[in-house]
Design a protein around this ligand. Structure first.
Ligand code: DOR
Ligand code: ZN
Ligand code: ZN
Length: 362
């Protein structure tokens, strides 16, 4: 079976100073192994991507090392409203962190939120980590500024209900969900829909189950499945941290996800929870529309849709050598990827050279 090239609009790459977790090559290698030919990279990096110097450093690093196509988000802060807007043409979008998560980019207070909503160009994507009340705050602030907003990693019943009601009133709100919020509940236990698939799961728990937004209840998972029609994109929030870091006294939140996302969605297709067209709409057409992404000519993903396999963390291309889905019996596997006419992935091997990737805004 063949799919078009997929886009993951939410990836944490970690180059430059946290490249022991991931760099542009390992992140894009993981993407290709998961059938993803474009990644959009988040700005909660070290150094944080909140000024032109850092943006230039990341552009240079990506140009040298990325194996698939990519875009780079700029990070909003209280003091960079004008600078961000001035660099909009070099960024795939502006990311607002309205809740605490990994890194220091949480922006508090209403003033900075309103100022970024007003200054960031209306035809460029604005994306937000905005949980619970912050979901309402960012939707209203964007609406009052006469612009759209994309809500990242929706995890709760209350949030998807709010987004549905905003959409029904014609507000320009789009959103994404991550596999972990539809396949796992608290403690990284399998959601009821997947207990059979996960019967031999290794069962990573404790700090390994920590992610932001947190894993929620079965009722939240059910609400996301029920409201798939208002979900525009499937994103991974691929957030690599090493096993040593997860086992430390201050474990960071986040899961790697690039190499398991498409197989999980295909497993859900097999279980009758969605159609293949629903997956393509959310991993190809949806991100392309929302993030104004260029066509990738002669690009496709070959799959063995029937293959049953178990992900093994240590065999992944990401430097986070674990996965919360270790031992799950997934149905459907990427066999090869062709990007702009070149075979870039084949049977576990990355064939693209570092630097093969193009910047989608470049
Ligand atoms: O769990 C998370 N980890 N959530 C985020 O929002 C950030 C991410 C990271 O960068 O590790
Ligand atoms: Zn986030
Ligand atoms: Zn994230």
């Amino acid at each position: 079976m063949r799919l078009p090239g997929l886009t993951d609009p939410h990836v944490h790459v970690r180059d430059l100073q946290q490249s022991h977790k991931e760099d542009w090559f390992s992140a894009t290698a993981a993407a290709l192994a998961g059938g993803v030919t474009t990644i959009l990279a988040m700005p909660n990096t070290q150094p944080p991507l909140v000024d032109e110097v850092a943006l230039t450093q990341y552009e240079v690093a990506a140009r040298a090392r990325a194996a698939c196509d990519y875009g780079i988000y700029f990070g909003a802060g209280p003091g960079n409203v004008g600078a961000a807007a001035g660099l909009a043409s070099r960024s795939v979008g502006l990311k607002l962190y309205l809740d605490a998560t990994f890194g220091d980019l949480k922006m508090s207070g209403l003033d900075a939120l309103v100022a970024h909503c007003a200054a960031w160009p209306k035809d460029r994507p604005l994306v937000a980590h905005a949980e619970e009340q912050q979901t309402a705050a960012v939707i209203l602030a964007a609406h009052l500024a006469g612009r759209s907003v994309h809500v990242c990693h929706v995890a709760r019943e209350s949030e998807i209900a709010l987004i549905r009601s905003a959409r029904e009133r014609g507000l320009a709100v789009t959103c994404e969900v991550c596999p972990h919020h539809l396949f796992l509940i608290e403690g990284a236990r399998p959601a009821r829909q997947f207990e059979v698939v996960a019967k031999n799961a290794r069962g990573w728990s404790g700090a390994y189950a920590e992610v932001r937004p947190r894993l929620q209840t079965q009722a939240d998972v059910d609400a996301l499945w029920t409201n798939l029609d208002v979900i525009d994109c499937f994103a991974t929030d691929h957030a690599p941290h090493t096993i040593t870091e997860k086992e430390s006294t201050a474990p960071p939140p986040g899961f790697p996800g690039l190499e398991t996302a498409l197989p999980l969605w295909l497993t859900a297709v097999h279980a009758g929870l969605l159609d293949l067209d629903d997956v393509i709409a959310r991993m190809h057409a949806g991100p392309r529309r929302i993030f104004n992404l260029p066509e990738q000519p002669a690009t496709w993903v070959d799959l063995d849709a029937e293959a049953t396999w178990q992900p093994i963390g240590a065999e992944q291309h990401t430097r986070a050598a674990w996965t919360p889905f270790e031992g799950w019996a997934l149905r459907g596997r990427v066999t090869a990827v062709t990007l702009r006419g070149e075979r870039v992935y084949d049977s576990g091997q990355i064939l693209a050279q570092p630097g093969f990737g193009h910047n989608v805004v470049g």
